[in-house]
Design a binder for this molecule. Structure first.
Ligand code: GRF
Length: 216
């Protein structure tokens, strides 16, 4: 049985989407550990409700980010995970951590990477005036929010959008693409060549996201 370790810092809605996909039999795996750097992360409750082991590791006990990451890397290694899944984990990972799990860490970011990296990506897209944004699942490399992209969903920005309404629209797509990407990886269908990712048997093609064109 394939095994996931999920790192969270908050709400845990992506964690929930992954748990649901496992329950539905769409992903054939288990989550052996959900680890949080925040004590009150709602996602910890979601994990517990689903019988998943949780750990809160308090960063304030560590002098450096590196020290924290070395500690959690040991905990994670003990689980022998096939994939380390960042699901709203709001800490930048140290280089050592990324090296330890090289090619085995994935993240979801609420923009079409490489656009709008870092915090508040949805607000950034809105303020920039983008008409299309979205979400991306990517492998984690030492560049923040910018590793090889496995899947993206394009999401329209509407004139009346607020950061919240746009975030909600994007989130509903996050919940679809994250379990999908994890399934592909665990099935061994994902091949990475430099920055490019090829998913065997996945559909590629056009998407109807340009309604403004209909006026022409
Ligand atoms: C999501 O928007 C995700 O893209 C970003 O952090 C948020 C986490 O939300 N990395 P949740 O905790 O999964 O609900």
């Amino acid at each position: 049985m394939k095994n996931l370790v999920v790192l969270i810092s908050g709400r845990g809605s992506n964690l929930k989407a992954i748990i649901d996909a496992i329950k539905d039999g769409k992903i054939r795996a288990k989550i052996s550990l959900v680890l949080s750097n925040k004590k009150d992360a709602k996602g910890l409750d979601i994990a517990k409700e689903n019988g998943i082991k949780t750990k809160f590791i308090d960063p304030s006990f560590f002098e450096t980010r590196r020290g924290y990451d070395i500690y959690i890397a040991e905990l994670i290694k003990n689980e022998n995970p096939d994939l380390v899944v960042l699901a709203g984990y709001m800490r930048i990972l140290s280089e050592e951590f990324i090296d330890t799990f090289e090619g085995k860490i994935v993240n979801i970011h609420p923009s079409l990477v490489p656009a709008f990296q870092g915090k508040d990506a949805q607000k950034q897209a809105l303020e920039y005036g983008s008409l299309i944004t979205g979400c991306s699942v990517h492998f984690v490399t030492k560049e923040l929010d910018n590793g090889p992209v496995i899947i993206q969903a394009a999401v329209p920005v509407l004139p009346e959008d607020t950061p919240q309404s746009l975030s909600e629209r994007i989130l509903s797509f996050e919940h679809r693409i994250y379990p999908q990407a994890i399934k592909w990886i665990l099935e061994g269908r994902v091949e990475v060549k430099g920055r490019k990712v090829l998913v065997k048997g996945a559909k590629y093609g056009t998407i109807p996201v340009n309604p403004q064109l209909e006026d022409f």
